[in-house]
Design a protein around this ligand. Sequence first.
Ligand code: NAD
Ligand code: UFG
Length: 349
Amino acid sequence: MAKTVLVTGGAGYIGSHTVLQLLLAGFKAVVVDNLENSSEVAIKRVAELAGEFGKNIIFHKIDIRDKEALEKVFASTTFDAVIHFAGLKAVGESVHKPLLYYNNNIIGTINLLEVMSAHGCKKLVFSSSATVYGWPKEVPCTEEFDLSATNPYGRTKLFIEEICRDIHISDPDWSIILLRYFNPVGAHPSGHIGEDPRGFPNNLMPFVQQVAVGRRPALTVFGNDYSTKDGTGVRDYIHVVDLSDGHISALQKLFDGSEIGCEVYNLGTGKGTSVLEMVAAFEKASGKEIPLVIAGRRPGDAEIVYASTAKAEKELHWKAKYGIEEMCRDQWNWASMNPWGYGCPDPAD
Ligand code: NAD
Ligand code: UFG
């Protein structure tokens, strides 16, 4: 029998790619999303891309803080596990609106956990972030590093990790995998789904993409005086399809009968790439020049962050396959086919 997975935030960037991989792997997916930072078009396209498996997706427009609505979803379906993506993620906005972030991310998660518990669904995969490593003292970051947060968004990730550890201690029936994502970029190779941030893009590649399609004049490089190969910040960029596959591996671990408890895994490639290297790779993939404006460092930014991938490789049997060439190729494919994201029809519609 096909297993059924509830995916919160499944219309979003990482969620939509993961739902597609879930469907292709034979799972049934029920998506709940309030569409605060996403579009229902993504769900439609995922169903199309999944071909014969497209019938195995159900979408509910629900805010996870609406407990009654969540209750109804759990009353109508028995879930084998939950993948919990739903959350707000803009670091700068979280500094200005901390209560919004604590309300949405933490209260939303507590609601979800309560409803799961009430319905005996105790297998969870949660979207944590490399942001919990703060400015790491050394690299690569291993899962045992000290944790810290420099902004309310990061604190919501830290708190939710702690909540998960606590509920497992209180009730060992829970099996929880916390996935710490490094920097997800790229898009599905078809070009039909990808990242479509609302408003001003906070992250590097969505910004680069908007410069390439003429929506913005230049990329501002935040700092060229770091102690790195070219002075710009270094990150571990990971193709969103690799990241999505990491969730399938995590689910397999939850279902394979082993004692998991509450376990944490990095999802990254283990390779560090500078801002200028990423821009050069994107220029090569797209044939577009990205004008640069060099500015000062962005407050709160770390110098070099990349993952140790050993634990995920050993215990989840997962390893990223794609490099920055494929990430940039697929990001450009999505951007050129959908220069306004889901805001206007793509040629295939
Ligand atoms: P996204 O904004 O594209 O997706 C999040 C989805 O959650 C959106 O569709 C949004 O509408 C939905 N949502 C938000 N609050 C909700 C609520 N209260 N009820 C129902 N739906 C709600 O973001 P993403 O990049 O796909 O990120 C997914 C998760 O991964 C988030 O939790 C994010 O913090 C985490 N994460 C992302 C990154 C990254 O760089 N993209 C890095 C580390 C961790
Ligand atoms: N950068 C620029 N110009 C921009 C945007 C970013 O130069 O317009 C630089 C940053 O200074 C940094 C690098 O590009 O050196 C990557 O920045 P991102 O904002 O894309 O990514 P971060 O590593 O700063 O943070 C992101 C998310 C966090 C998450 C973290 C790890 O915003 O929430 O990845 O997953 F925690």
